[in-house]
Design a protein around this ligand. Structure first.
Ligand code: UFG
Length: 331
């Protein structure tokens, strides 16, 4: 069986490729390398550089390889950037999905596992958030992904392309053997920013807002380890290949940590002081996001191995401490 991983040179994509290879799968990676890293891709995967908005590129790959299923990560994912440049997100994320589904339909590829997001829910009315809760995004990134979920639904109705949408909460950590990890340019995520300060490659950080209605006034998020997340994709593809219908699943830990709690946990893991100041709120940030993820555990039999945030931060710290320049190819 051959699995195509779109965006397989990115953070979550590269960890999923590594887990697929470990599971003995035949893997093809498609990535335009705008944000991904060639060096992050396991050498056992066949690599094609190109853009999923390019129908010609997709059809060339789908003609050359016999693809049995697709795992789709190829998207822009920076919430504040999407507030400033929404059309970039609708073009690449939503537009890319249309081209991809056209090519899947043309080549008879019937299964797709898709990286959706907690950002499709927006500001939740109830915590923890269930898959059936209303999806009302507060930023264009979440809106672009919600549109992708809806487009997949109608492509399923019309063409029988079955999908699983995995709605991630906050992803962190790195491969425990230190081979790959998170490396974004610019970095906007809390844990890698904190660890860059700890590693001495960044002077300090700001916590965005301490006047939210939460335990200490800072945003609360639900963190999941990138390898656990990668494993969920493999289970989701197996679920589709066993003939189950399209569905959506939250992926999180069901536990919330405030930004200040994450900072404290990182100080403990690294043993570094990590100076931080409080700044204004960041546009588009919901106050609290915590997942109900029992559906993924029950239906997909997902069993995350990392159940505490310090263990997650420890694997990320191992990567950042050993490789402060990341993959070393973007600056
Ligand atoms: N934060 C800071 N300082 C920083 C960076 C982040 O205080 O320098 C705060 C943010 O304001 C937020 C929290 O840390 O409260 C987490 O922010 P991240 O940027 O790490 O993650 P987000 O929660 O914004 O976004 C993540 C994923 C998105 C996903 C979203 C769900 O990156 O893809 O969760 O809302 F959509």
């Amino acid at each position: 069986m051959t699995i195509a991983v779109l965006g397989g040179a990115g953070y979550i994509g590269s960890h999923t490729v590594a887990q697929l290879i470990k599971a003995g799968e035949d893997v093809v990676v498609l990535d335009n390398l705008i944000t991904g890293h060639r060096r992050a891709v396991d050498p056992k995967a066949r690599f094609y550089q190109g853009d999923i908005r390019d129908y010609h590129f997709l059809s060339q790959v789908f003609r050359a390889e016999h693809i049995d299923g697709i795992i789709h990560f190829a998207a822009f994912s920076i919430v504040p950037e999407s507030m400033k440049d929404p059309l970039k997100y609708f073009d690449n994320n939503t537009g890319g999905m249309i081209t991809l589904l056209e090519a899947m339909h043309e080549f008879g590829i019937q299964h797709i596992v898709f990286s959706s997001t907690a950002a499709t829910y927006g500001e939740p009315k109830m915590i923890p958030i269930k898959e059936t809760d209303p999806q009302v995004p507060t930023n264009p990134y979440g809106e672009s992904k919600l549109a992708m979920e809806k487009i997949m639904h109608w492509a399923d109705v019309a063409y029988g392309i079955h999908f699983v949408a995995l709605r991630y909460f906050n992803v962190a950590g790195a491969m425990p053997d230190g081979s790959i990890g998170e490396d974004h340019h610019p970095e906007t995520h809390l844990i890698p920013i904190i660890l860059q300060v700890a590693a001495g490659t960044r002077d300090g950080l700001q916590i965005f807002g301490d006047d939210y209605p939460t335990k200490d006034g800072t945003n609360v998020r639900d963190y999941v380890h990138v390898v656990d997340l990668a494993d969920a994709h493999i289970l989701a593809l197996a679920y589709l290949q066993a003939g189950h219908p399209s569905d959506a699943f939250n992926l999180g830990s069901a536990t919330g940590f405030s930004n200040l709690e994450i900072l404290e946990a990182a100080r403990k893991v690294t043993g570094k002081p990590i100076p931080a100041t409080i700044g204004p709120r960041r546009a588009g940030d919901p106050s609290t996001l915590i997942a109900a993820s029992d559906k993924a555990r029950t239906v997909l039999n997902w069993q995350p191995h990392y159940d505490n945030v310090e263990a997650i931060i420890a694997t990320a710290w191992q990567w950042h401490e050993a490789r402060p320049e990341g993959f070393g190819d973007k600056r």
